[in-house]
Design a protein around this ligand. Structure first.
Ligand code: PHE
Length: 464
């Protein structure tokens, strides 16, 4: 079957698709507000260290496993370690894809809704009035039907792209959307910097405030580095499995990480310059983009255009990530069950959408399916929170750690380096250094996971 496996058309197409997966809601929504709350550049420095040590090692490992086996996660682990339990790491990835996409699709729907509100000038009445913009947001996400409608459209678009396959779907759309994201974000960042007082936002983001950097911020940076680079659930194994042998995996991984980080920073600049120029609260946490921005954009000239651009680029970032998550599930059914792409995409796109409906409804729409277990059952009060925490805090880090251990213990450095060297001019890759990085990655992540479990069981984390 691997002979007629779909492949990326070009190296650029692959890099844009992989960075499209990486660049998502995590970069544009989450990074700016967690950096804002946790010491600005001090947080960014820690985050960069996490990405370069842990993120890069695991990203390269996923590319190597994918390209070596030409299979998506379950088949890939099974092929390298036949008859062992390692294939369950692949199953964990497929399960993570279900969990993440169910709530990610809901947020994708919120973004679509905000595009429609913005385009018709719907933010105008929110000028400087965060209680009005906050009321709209709360009313919308806690209502029953409206969010489901937008979520359905967002998921429908995911299915539309994935059904068209690797080259004609994922690659084609990533090649259109990624450059657009960079350009539009660049325009917004310049607009922000030229606003009166906008540069205060830049210094807020790039001035290190080490006093605000707590131990928990370090844990947060590490967890975020998994989510933002789409690691630990086999997305990058799947994308790597569509590669030809002539790609330099290390340099591709560096490109993905560079683009992911650069876009997160650019988003930070675009957002904080605007927030500072208009004197809004920069440390307003998760509400930063859905509550604060709709109240500051109407105050600048051409506000409707700027806010529509912002939500449109956020939508594209969310879509290029969401398709990569759906592709993990689709590829599993194609590779392991011999299903057609159309059948697997349609069936599992629908199943995930239905699970997602329950995430959305748990926010106030009337059905919180975990509610029967009591108010604070397992990782959060709502089904939405449970899915979010379960994936971000546990599934992805565990998947990433096991991937690193798999390379060290099962695949072996010799085979690993051999595959890594294919397509690279540099034949002097030092196995001990690469192994050292993988070990550090596994140990650091193991500690983070332990810390989370400790917090879960005892009510208080060791760190953070
Ligand atoms: N990296 C994406 C983001 O930053 C999220 C994601 C996680 C995508 C895991 C795929 C797999 O939003």
């Amino acid at each position: 079957m691997s002979n007629n496996r779909e492949q990326w058309g070009t190296r650029l197409g692959f890099i844009l698709a992989a960075s499209g997966s990486a660049v998502g809601i995590g970069n544009i929504w989450k990074f700016p507000y967690i950096a804002g709350e946790n010491g600005g550049a001090a947080f960014t420095i820690v985050y960069l260290a996490c990405i370069m040590i842990v993120g890069l090692s695991i990203l390269v490992a996923e590319f190597v496993i994918g390209r070596k086996t030409l299979l998506s996660p379950v088949g890939a682990f099974e092929k390298i370690a036949p008859g062992t339990n390692w294939k369950y790491v692949g199953f964990l990835g497929v399960a993570s894809a279900f969990v993440i996409l169910s709530f990610y699709g809901v947020v994708g729907g919120w973004i679509l809704k905000y595009i429609t509100v913005s385009i018709v000038g719907g933010f105008d009445s929110f000028a400087s009035d965060t209680s009005a913009s906050g009321a709209l947001f709360n009313e919308f996400i806690t209502s029953a039907y409206s969010p489901l409608f937008y979520q359905l459209i967002f998921m429908g678009l995911c299915v539309f792209v994935i059904i068209r396959g690797v080259k004609g779907g994922i690659e084609k759309w990533s090649k259109i959307m990624m450059p657009l994201i960079v350009v539009l974000l660049g325009v917004l960042a310049i607009r922000g910097m030229t606003l009166d007082g906008g540069m205060k936002g830049v210094s807020f983001l790039f001035n290190p405030r080490f006093g605000d950097l707590s131990a928990s911020a370090i844990v947060l940076a590490l967890g975020h580095s998994f989510f933002t680079v789409s690691l630990g659930m086999g997305t990058m194994i799947t994308y790597g499995s569509y590669l030809k042998k002539d790609q330099n995996l290390l340099s591709s991984a560096l490109w993905v990480i560079f683009l992911d980080t650069a876009i997160a920073m650019l988003a930070g600049v675009a957002i904080f310059t605007t927030v500072f120029a208009l004197g809004a609260d920069p440390a307003s946490g998760p509400g930063l983009i859905f509550v604060i921005l709709p109240s500051v954009f109407p105050e600048i000239a051409g506000g409707t255009i700027w806010s529509s651009i912002f939500f449109f680029l956020l939508f594209m970032a969310a879509l290029t990530s969401a398709i990569s998550i759906l592709e993990v599930v689709t590829a599993y059914f194609i590779d392991q069950k011999g299903w057609s792409r159309k059948k697997s995409t349609l069936i599992f796109g629908s199943v995930i959408t239905i699970v997602g409906c329950f995430c959305s409804l748990s926010l106030g729409g009337g059905i919180n399916i975990i509610g029967i277990f009591g108010e604070d059952f397992f990782l959060g009060g709502t089904f939405f929170d449970v899915m979010d925490n379960l994936s971000g805090k546990y599934m992805l880090p565990i998947g990433g750690m096991l991937t690193a251990l798999f390379v060290i213990n099962k695949m072996g450095m010799k085979d690993y380096i051999k595959e890594l060297s294919v397509g690279s001019d540099n034949q002097n890759i030092n196995p001990s250094i690469i192994k050292g990085f993988l070990i550090v990655a596994a140990v650091v992540v193991a500690f983070i996971i332990f810390n989370e479990f400790y917090a879960l069981l005892s009510g208080k984390a060791l760190v953070g």
